[in-house]
Design a protein around this ligand. Structure first.
Ligand code: NAD
Ligand code: ZN
Ligand code: ZN
Length: 360
């Protein structure tokens, strides 16, 4: 029987009616002692990812079990280790760590051995069945938390735990080479704006695609070109514009939205041996039907990026710690999460929202 820690109260945000509404509530809970192999992390900040909205609405295709009522969401947390469970010696007490989408991976199954920890056969996901980072005190697996480099702004580091590592891994998997054109769909959002920065840091040239109100923001993130997707009725016209701007098509398309239309546009805009990286969870996968003749004829690839493993996170943090990446964020309070979710659904957020877990 694990005893609660005396004198501490944990304020946490729970989903009140998952699958039915975006309603959330801030509740007070006891703080538990970490068990063997675990650490207790005092969290300061959590990014809000669109996947949290999907967990709250049970909108992810393939979810084995619906998100339970009372689930604590969140998977982009940063804080300080304040207690070790029995047998744990690292990371040291007082050190800054991040908590990621993957709360725990076994590191021994076939998928883990291949480095695909996010597809671990014994995977635990922060904020889905495992209490996530929308709380002030979080129990985490000691070997799976990520040390945060000293010189990083802690709030800006939080979104790298999912958004940053996902786009970084996507670009690595696509084999981005210096000078390559990259189209980023959803470029003004959490993943997209980090995608612009990582692509540029890796030598790419970026065409940003989003709604017109995010044009200035995308240019402020160093995009080379911008396309307002709302100005086009026909998917092929978006692809034609991309081909015009990139002199024949992009080597990589990062699809960071849940729009089926964007999938079609992203695929159609590739050049010879181009790669579409699937990142956003499609609303209706059946409405994306790639032209297989073009695929064979142009030697195109369709791959996916599902967050990243511990090495990917380390590399993505390293670029940020050296000043190449700076997440653009706005801070909101814990009791604003429902409104943040609604703003995200409406496409109103530039960059990331970060919850200040110390101010309710
Ligand atoms: N594969 C992974 O590991 C992984 C990791 C994190 C998030 N995701 C998914 O990636 C997607 C993006 O997440 P986010 O947190 O960046 O969301 P976000 O809400 O911050 O950003 C989405 C952006 O897409 C824009 N957009 C919407 N429809 C568009 C369209 N048709 N064309 C161009 N832009 C459009 C919106 O204006 C917004 O700027 C979500 O589907 C999320 O679930 C996947
Ligand atoms: Zn995420
Ligand atoms: Zn595993």
């Amino acid at each position: 029987m694990v005893e609660p820690l005396q004198g501490l109260t944990n304020r946490a945000i729970i989903y009140s009616a998952p699958g039915e509404s975006l309603e959330t509530a801030v509740v007070s809970l006891p703080v538990q002692q970490p068990a063997e192999g675990e650490v207790l992390v005092k969290l300061y900040y959590s990014g809000v990812c669109h996947t949290d909205v999907s967990f709250c609405m049970n909108a992810l295709p393939g979810l084995q079990v619906p998100t339970p009522k009372g689930q604590i969401g969140g998977h982009e947390g940063v804080g300080t280790v304040i207690a070790h469970g029995p047998g744990v010696t690292s990371p040291p007490i007082g050190s800054h760590v991040g908590i990621k989408y993957v709360a725990d991976a076994c590191l021994t199954c076939d998928n883990c051995i291949e480095g695909a920890e996010a597809s671990c056969l014994n995977l635990k996901i922060s904020g889905y069945l495992t209490p996530g980072t929308f709380q002030q005190y979080c129990i985490a697996t000691a070997r799976y938390v990520t040390p945060i480099p000293d010189n990083l702004d802690l709030a800006a580091a939080a979104p790298l735990m999912c958004g940053g590592v996902t786009v970084y891994t996507a670009l690595r998997k696509a084999g981005l080479r210096p000078g390559d054109w990259v189209a980023i769909f959803g470029a003004g959002g959490g993943l997209g704006h980090l995608g612009i920065q990582y692509a540029k840091a890796m030598g790419g040239r970026v065409i940003a695609l989003d709604v017109g109100s995010k044009k200035d923001f995308c240019f402020s993130q160093a995009a080379d070109e911008f396309i307002d997707v709302t100005q086009f009725d026909v998917d092929e016209d978006v692809a034609a514009k991309i081909k015009l701007l990139s002199n024949g098509g992009v080597r990589t398309s990062l699809q960071c939205t849940s729009s089926s239309k964007a999938y079609t546009q992203a695929f159609s805009s590739l050049c010879f041996r181009g790669t579409l990286v699937c990142i956003g969870v499609p609303q209706n996968p059946l409405s994306f039907a790639p032209n297989l003749s073009a695929m064979v004829g142009q030697e195109l690839r369709i791959i996916s990026a599902k967050t990243g493993n511990r090495v990917d996170v380390k590399e993505c943090l390293s670029l940020a710690a050296r000043g190449f990446i700076k997440c653009h964020y706005q801070i909101r309070k814990m009791n604003e999460l429902t409104n943040v979710f609604k703003d995200m659904q409406a496409g109103l957020i530039e960059g990331r929202v970060i919850l200040d877990l110390e101010g309710v």
